[in-house]
Write a protein that binds this ligand. Sequence first.
Ligand code: HEC
Ligand code: HEC
Ligand code: HEC
Ligand code: HEC
Length: 200
Amino acid sequence: MHRPCAMNRMRKHGTALLPWLGLMALLAVFVPSRVTGSYVGAGRCRPCHLQQAESWKTTKMANAFDLLKPGARTAEKKSVGLDPQKDYTHDSLCLSCHTTGYNQPGGFKTIESTPQLAGVQCEMCHGAGDAYLKPSLMSLQNKEFKRETVMAAGLVIPNTGTCLNCHNDKSPFAKKSGHFNFEQRKAQGTHQHLALKYRH
Ligand code: HEC
Ligand code: HEC
Ligand code: HEC
Ligand code: HEC
């Protein structure tokens, strides 16, 4: 973001910045970026979380891909200056928030090649599954897994920040929907919530 002006400063101050550059290079090598495994799709979560999966399927988010089709929500699209007759189903600008793991390992590519990853699925709120769905992490052999251990492998217990990855100003509808209230929205349209059975 601020790179152009940092570059100017570097040119001006020349060698004084060299030690910092060295440190930054070291950090880039040794600090791992956020854990992101491969996406596996809601079909993998369903057998172990049937109630959440069934109730999620009926939510607006589960079906959010369909909004990109021509003729869907025409009045709403018009009201924010989108073309209601245009086909947005291959528009990379829209897909990042209306599909699961768009352009990431295991994630949505196109509706033709990865139809099973359309819409906002489990992993957009809980993190890519491949890395934490292991016998020693989240599994039927290890029902009492330690939450921190599974979270370190990429499981996300969603909070407001998770939702704001999509519910933000880059959405053409952000202005219309206004302030994001986590508890209210969680109740309104994520899935049915059940108490956990095991200690974590
Ligand atoms: C092989 C079975 C299995 C699969 C597959 C599975 N889970 Fe789980 N998951 C569990 C078990 C067991 C628990 C603990 C349940 C309990 O305590 O009641 C759990 C708990 C969770 C929790 C709550 C964790 C906490 O500490 O609050 C979340 C969130 C979750 N799973 C998400 C997912 C998602 C997303 C997927 C698919 C990517 C998935 N699970 C796939 C078995 C599974
Ligand atoms: C940054 C994420 C993001 C991007 C990019 C994005 N959307 Fe969305 N979209 C959302 C969210 C979040 C909502 C839900 C609005 C709400 O209820 O807060 C939404 C809602 C919608 C709706 C329903 C609006 C209504 O009021 O019924 C349509 C239609 C839609 N988006 C189409 C698109 C199209 C077409 C594009 C690409 C030009 C796009 N979106 C890009 C996140 C995004
Ligand atoms: C990957 C992007 C993405 C993430 C992450 C996301 N949402 Fe959404 N959300 C959407 C889109 C797109 C829609 C529009 C669906 C529609 O209007 O049909 C939407 C719609 C909703 C709606 C329905 C609004 C209505 O008009 O009924 C609720 C409720 C909601 N989101 C809550 C949440 C919560 C709570 C979180 C975080 C735990 C969250 N969302 C995370 C993309 C996302
Ligand atoms: C739009 C975001 C969103 C999506 C999509 C989503 N979840 Fe959740 N999930 C949540 C939130 C929010 C919580 C509650 C976190 C907390 O404890 O405050 C939760 C909690 C859970 C829990 C803990 C027990 C419970 O019922 O609260 C499990 C298990 C779970 N989700 C599984 C799934 C599975 C499986 C899917 C897909 C079929 C899924 N989730 C899709 C947001 C989401």
